[in-house]
Design a protein around this ligand. Structure first.
Ligand code: GCU
Length: 421
């Protein structure tokens, strides 16, 4: 009898506890929360003009995001040199110029290399460019047999021929449908991509990426307020932009940074922390990207820190199960991009990324855009599925799941033709 009661008690406790840790997908269970006002400083002063936004509020917000969420970069690290590994005036059936450029970085007797694959439409002028990381190597974005295969670490995926953490010929072109390269070129845009694992392999080891170039003595990981992988990846995008500044074929003032999912989080942080990016596209970026933390819908801070403890800085763990303690939210990350164009996109079936939270963050960035006289998202109601809002702050929710589709790229290209080109 006593045994049965004890067993029963145990199972009640376990069921209640596990229910608590289940992700919430029920709108009725979203906690009550108050979003911080992007136009009020941490000490409570109202921001009424662009000057005070840029001088006072923007810097304090940027510092807060760096110190508590993504992590600070310890110091500057410039390109030590670059090599054009390969180049062609007649790529993609004669339609494009192709370049593969390897950048090298050196510090404390350590070296890092990464390679940018670039396609440009043939033009007498410098062209605007979409820049985005890929998940599985440059050679996966297109069938082009000339794309070099990265030798960097990659998670095993035998169905794509990835064993022993090395990429092979077998995965050439497997992600072609995620990149509308020919459509970009036809619209007058170039396209540049980098395998993100060359900057920092996507695994819980802080000794194998760019962070390690800054380590002193036997240091094995960054300080609590220093960069996790997302900030390291964002750093790489900025270095690609440094390279573009010296490339006569690219218009460095018109580089739009794009990213999907974890790389969408990266694109937002890159755009917020480096104002040289002309525009930002966040595709299904979810928690730590466009989605509001305080809704605790789908993926939450605790959950993302548990699965990916190395993506953010260690200080971010102070907010596990305590989103109330955060004095910012992701609408302010988007506001840091103002007045530059930003596009937030969601997918209907991607509830893990909280489409509504992504939409609301874009909406609530609006007051900062308004300060610049720019219209954001006009109302706080999500538009119908597959009906984009193409303002300077743009948004769509498309049908389907967590992915990048032809529909997504069609909107991004149309939008960039209006606001970037
Ligand atoms: C996981 C993670 C997300 C992330 C996604 C991805 O699902 O929980 O935060 O966006 O991976 O990058 O594909």
């Amino acid at each position: 009898m006593i045994r049965t009661v004890i067993l029963l008690l145990f199972s009640v406790i376990i069921t209640t506890a596990s229910a608590q840790w289940e992700p919430n997908y029920d709108e009725a269970k979203v906690p009550q929360f108050k979003l911080p006002n992007p136009l009020k400083t941490f000490s409570g002063k109202k921001i009424r003009n662009v000057k005070n936004w840029e001088k006072k509020r923007r810097p304090e917000l940027l510092d807060y995001f760096a110190e508590n969420i993504y992590g600070k970069i310890p110091d500057k690290l410039k390109i030590s040199g670059y090599d054009i590994l390969e180049e062609s005036e007649n790529a993609l059936g004669g339609k494009a110029i192709r370049k593969q450029v390897e950048l090298t970085f050196e510090k404390n007797s350590r070296t890092l290399h990464f390679t940018i694959l670039i396609y440009l439409p043939k033009s007498n002028e410098k062209v605007p460019v979409f820049l985005g990381y890929n998940f599985l190597g440059n050679h996966t974005v297109c069938e082009d047999a000339n794309i070099l295969i990265s030798t960097a670490w990659v998670a095993n995926n035998p169905s794509l021929g990835i064993v022993n953490h090395q990429l092979t010929e077998q995965s050439r072109g497997v992600r072609t449908d995620r990149w509308a390269i020919r459509e970009m070129l036809a619209a007058g845009f170039g396209f540049a991509t980098i395998y993100y694992g060359e900057i920092d392999p996507d695994k819980n080891d802080m000794t194998d990426g760019v962070q390690s170039l800054f380590y002193i003595d036997d240091q094995l990981q960054p300080a609590d307020d220093e960069w996790g992988s997302i900030a390291a990846w964002a750093w790489g995008l900025s270095r690609a932009l440094d390279y573009f500044e010296g490339d006569d074929d690219v218009d460095e003032s018109k580089v739009v940074v794009f990213g999907h999912s974890r790389l969408g989080k990266t694109a937002l942080w890159a755009g917020a922390s480096d104002q040289r990016f002309a525009g930002v596209i966040s595709n299904d970026s979810g928690c730590g990207g466009a989605a509001l933390f305080k809704r605790e819908f789908g993926e939450t801070i605790w959950r993302i820190n548990r699965s990916f403890p190395y993506w953010f800085c260690d200080n971010f763990k102070n907010f596990n199960h305590d989103e109330k303690k955060l004095i910012v939210d992701q609408h302010e990350l988007i506001a840091l991009i103002a007045p530059r164009p930003v596009y937030v996109a969601s997918a209907e079936e991607d509830q893990w990324a909280d489409p509504k939270g992504e939409f609301l963050a874009a909406y609530y960035a609006g007051p900062v855009y308004k300060l610049y006289g720019i219209e954001g998202i006009p109302e706080d109601v999500q538009p119908p599925v597959n009906k984009p809002i193409l303002n300077t702050v743009a948004y769509h929710i498309r049908s389907g799941g967590h992915d990048v589709t032809a529909f997504d790229w069609k909107q991004y290209i149309n939008w960039a033709q209006i606001y970037i080109q």
